[in-house]
Design a binder for this molecule. Sequence first.
Ligand code: ZN
Length: 324
Amino acid sequence: MNGEQERYLGSVKFFKNLIFIAVLILIIVPTVLAICNGRNASRQASRAETLEQERQQLEQELARKDAETVPQTQAQPSWVPDEEEPGYTEDAPYYESLYPDFYAPQPLNAETRAEDTIYLTFDDGPSERTLEILDALDREGVKATFFVVGRNDEISQERMREIVDRGHTIAMHSYSHSYTQIYRSVEDFLDDMYRLFTLIVEATGTVPTAFRFPGGSVNAYNTGINQQIISEMLRRGFTPFDWNLSAQDATNTPLSPAQIVENAMTGAERVSRGVVLMHDSAARSTTVEALPTLIARYRELGFTFDRIRPDTKPVLYSYRNYEK
Ligand code: ZN
């Protein structure tokens, strides 16, 4: 250490500098610490943010997995009901919203009671037999009902028009007549019937109001949904018709006309309204041949004939009110 340095250590200038440095340290150190802390805090905050994002992503992932494992039957229907609509109930099945133009006009004065009336009905047409049946009915002055299926070729559509033009009732039997297809669900039934409805309306300009289940309203294929189908079709204005008399003419080999007459007469004396099941199909010429005798026999019992009209009461297997 030289003499100049010794003088400086003890001098006023030395102490001034010492104080200056001390003050500097007192200001700088906390500032630096504060800055470091701040950086640390913001680093921690962004880490927390990342963790929160990861947590949310995991939650979303879990929710997605949950949704995937929910069974199909619990899935929400894509249709959302309009709660403002009058008559809306939360229990309304969503198929009620399907096919908004698949409705029959409601008769103004429902239920005209027709006693001692026979309704001849022909299923599965139109066919090569249709015109023969129409001619036979014309000769007897009898109106009948044809439950047709979905034949959309021009000749079949012409036959449908002929049914209507000659004053008979055209009604729905199903488009495909495929039990396994139409009885899968109420929606499948509606889908099929709506196709037929559209075909009939376009071919004839007439809105059909009656329908008949292929195989009848109660069969091995539709148990479990037949009541829903009936109530939904009634809601839309369509009336179901089974039969309480049958020609039993849907056999592989055609029956004799005499046998057809006997079958169709069986039980006739017990009913006030007889709905007779017969078939309009190419293979059944004997059904046409049986018609004059059959009509005469019903007349002998005091019956008159009518076609099914929009206000004709339904006839179903479970309805016993048609018996005398
Ligand atoms: Zn049929």
